[in-house]
Design a protein. Structure first.
Length: 276
């Protein structure tokens, strides 16, 4: 079942001569894990912000075409209301935080919607458990690690009970431990809780392992769409052209093709495909 449908979406920011998105069309199925890839300025962030309604509701832009998310049209409803269906995680969680405690931070969005106190407490408990932050309720958001802050941002989104989670380069400011924490939670939310995940991310080794579908953006247009197995081997010799790195195992196998039955995109695949 399709939960997102975009047709011929074009977005142009005020004062810009070129389109941030140019005729983008796509569909996302319920429970799918979709990765957005592309160089800086390819349109990944604008697509994320269009799906959660921040563009054009909070960031002014001209928008053409159609976009539908879980039966809603994002440009036509308040961002706060859409957050009950679409959770959003950005690259620097600390800038999003304003409350004195973890509990208050997660409660804020629910309180703004006028949710009952008992429901708020229940949702906070459940969301903190999902991201592994049980027992952090009275901690300051500004005194925990970067990875924990990003998981707190995820808990704040999850407390709204969304069906879709959009993450825009969530690990770009994290160390390896923090990155692993965020990826582990994201994978669990997708595979165990059934959330639809859309992530813009440069960590291609992780994307190759978890993503069902890759969407490669270039200059605001969709260049390619397909599985990691379809996309990554195709761009081994064109990484600089499209601004996307392929997994190291894919690049190595392409240079030593005689050793493999096919070109792998994950380490697990490379072991399975290695010619005995």
């Amino acid at each position: 079942m399709s939960v997102i449908k975009v047709e011929n979406l074009t977005v142009q920011y005020a004062g810009e001569e070129t389109n941030a998105l140019d005729g983008v069309s796509l569909e996302v199925q319920k429970g799918e894990f979709v990765a957005l890839l592309g160089a800086h300025g390819a349109g990944k962030t604008t697509l994320c912000l269009s799906l959660n309604g921040i563009v054009p509701n909070m960031i002014s832009a001209d928008m053409y075409g159609s976009i539908e998310v879980l039966g809603e049209v994002p440009p036509k409803i308040p961002v706060r209301q859409l957050a009950t269906k679409v959770g959003s995680i950005f690259d620097n969680p600390e800038f999003q935080m304003s409350q004195l405690t973890v509990f208050e931070e997660v409660a804020l969005g629910l309180q703004n919607l006028g949710v009952e106190k008992s429901t708020i407490e229940k949702n906070i408990k459940e969301s903190l458990k999902l991201v592994g932050l049980e027992g952090f309720e009275e901690r300051s958001p500004f005194e925990i690690s970067g990875g924990q802050q990003q998981r707190l941002a995820m808990a704040s989104a999850l407390a709204m009970k969304p069906e879709i989670l959009i993450l825009d380069e969530p690990t770009s400011n994290l160390d390896p431990i923090g990155k692993e924490e965020v990826f582990s939670v994201t994978r669990s939310l997708n595979q165990e809780e059934g959330l639809t995940v859309i992530i813009a991310e440069h960590e291609v080794e992780v994307i190759a392992e978890f993503a069902d579908t890759l969407i490669l953006l270039d200059g605001g247009k969709i260049n390619e769409t397909g599985t990691p197995q379809e996309i990554f081997p195709k761009f081994v010799d064109h990484q600089q052209d499209v601004g996307v790195r392929v997994p190291q195992v894919t690049e190595l196998a392409s240079r030593k093709y005689e050793l493999f039955n096919d070109i792998p995109v994950t380490l697990e695949e490379s072991v399975r495909m290695f010619k005995q």
